[in-house]
Design a protein around this ligand. Structure first.
Ligand code: 3DD
Length: 427
């Protein structure tokens, strides 16, 4: 039986937090000029009219600006968070108070997390907007009846795009996806500068420790790990990188970071940060080697990078010593501090990436949703695959960002364009 597309009443922690949340959203709006320019551009024509967007993305002040921009452009929206610990309750309250259908609160159980996703599916969306592909995967695995009406979806993060490309390769993907993560104006900025700053922000809010002089072990030297390593070094830490990919390890070395195995790093590390997208990066043997007082956290999308059951196994007691900071007393008498229950520390213990960098990530999200809607309006549809953002869109968003920063750049002269196209010009 076709489920009702009526909206389940919003469920947030406390609607009374709305006023505080609204101020956080206004703060973000003042630092997201590209997305606000897009809101202004499309508020009258409302090209998203008729779309029903189900979103599954961390409920932060920046996401609220995206949600309200989609709505301003005509979309009907239903939203859940994409991590049980990343919702900002004030922001969720502000969105609910503004009439947005939202199902998100900080500290959800996994069961409640999927209950929330199901509410956005009840809404019978024709577009999906995901971060980690849990919404897309739930539709594919439990709501195939909805798929024919879905025009397409967008995916925010590396892990999600990886998962969806694997689905497509296996012939399991049933509707087109635009890989927002792979846009240069997302990947090269959000993942590097955003993750670099927000991860340290989360660690500092949960520990208030001095970073200078500390051995900070960064597992994974992809865009995220590189950002974290660079910023940690900037604050005076001695950065150690662990990797499985030789070229990435080489880059870390040439950037001046020490590179070694996790077995070696576990003995000397003071703070451990996983950013690999792989599971079990820090395991029992590493916990056994760690010094008294070692701090362990994750900034990858899922909470699988630190093997918490094995931490439990080597420990005899645990207690919450500070918000988002659990002290595990090991059987050997040494203590390990796990932050944010091993979930992404930047969003669970802080506010995620700064607004300025999410401005471009979410401008890409908005433009990708618009592209899917405009194609449908012309009776067209992307092929059922994972698609990149058009190169022109990247340059357009970067150009808009530069303009809002008051920066001018040069243009190729006609002569230079000719030269670039002329392969005969040699020495
Ligand atoms: N992500 C990081 N900071 C965020 C913020 N302030 N609001 C919403 C989402 C935020 C995570 C994603 O943007 C993306 O970078 C990812 O997960 O890769």
């Amino acid at each position: 039986m076709a489920k009702s597309s009526a909206k389940t009443p919003s469920k947030v922690k406390n609607i009374k937090l709305a006023a505080e949340g609204r101020m956080k959203i206004e703060w973000a709006e003042s630092r997201m000029p590209v997305l606000m320019a897009l809101r202004e551009k499309y508020r009258k024509t409302k090209p998203l009219k008729g779309t029903r967007i189900a979103g599954c993305l961390h409920v932060t002040k920046e996401t609220a600006v995206l949600v309200e921009t989609l709505i301003a452009a005509g979309a009907d929206v239903s939203w859940s968070g994409c991590n049980p610990l990343s919702t900002n309750d004030e922001v969720a309250a502000a969105l609910a108070a503004a009439g947005v259908s939202i199902y998100a609160w900080h500290g959800m159980s996994v069961k409640e997390f999927y209950w929330a996703i199901e509410r956005t599916i009840d809404f019978r969306p024709n577009l999906t907007l995901d971060d980690g592909a849990d919404l897309i995967f739930t539709i594919h695995s439990k709501h195939q009846d909805l798929i024919p009406q879905i025009l397409g979806g967008t995916e925010e993060t590396t892990t999600g795009v990886h998962r969806l490309r694997a689905m497509a390769a296996a012939g399991e993907l049933k509707y087109p996806i635009i890989a927002v993560n792979d846009a240069e104006t997302k990947w090269d900025f959000d993942n590097v500068y955003g993750t670099g700053q927000s991860t340290l922000d989360g660690i500092l809010r949960a520990t208030s420790v001095l970073l200078a002089g500390k051995n900070i072990v960064v597992a994974g030297y992809g865009h995220c790990g590189k950002g974290v390593a660079t910023r940690a070094a900037g604050l005076g830490a001695n950065v150690i990188v662990t990797e499985v990919k030789p070229t990435a390890a080489l880059k870390a070395t040439l950037e001046g970071h020490r590179v070694m195995s996790m077995d070696q790093a576990a003995k000397i590390g003071d703070i451990f940060i996983t950013a690999t997208g792989v599971k079990d990066v820090i395991r029992e043997k590493h916990f056994a080697s760690m010094k008294d007082g070692a701090i362990v956290c994750n900034t990858g999308h899922y909470d699988c990078e630190i093997n918490i059951p094995e931490l439990e196994k080597v420990s005899k007691k645990k207690r919450t010593i500070r918000q988002n900071n659990e002290e595990y007393l090991k059987k050997d008498g040494r203590r390990i501090y796990l932050l944010a229950q091993g979930r992404l520390v930047n969003l669970a213990a802080a506010e995620g990436h700064p607004s300025e960098v999410m401005d471009m990530s979410f401008a890409n999200q908005f433009m990708a949703q618009l592209r899917l809607a405009e194609l449908a309006a012309k009776g067209k549809r992307l092929s059922t695959d994972v698609h990149d953002i058009p190169v022109e869109q990247d340059q357009e968003i970067a150009g808009l960002k530069l303009k809002t920063m008051g920066m001018a750049i040069d243009k190729l002269t006609a002569e230079q364009k000719l030269y670039m196209e002329d392969f005969s010009a040699g020495t």
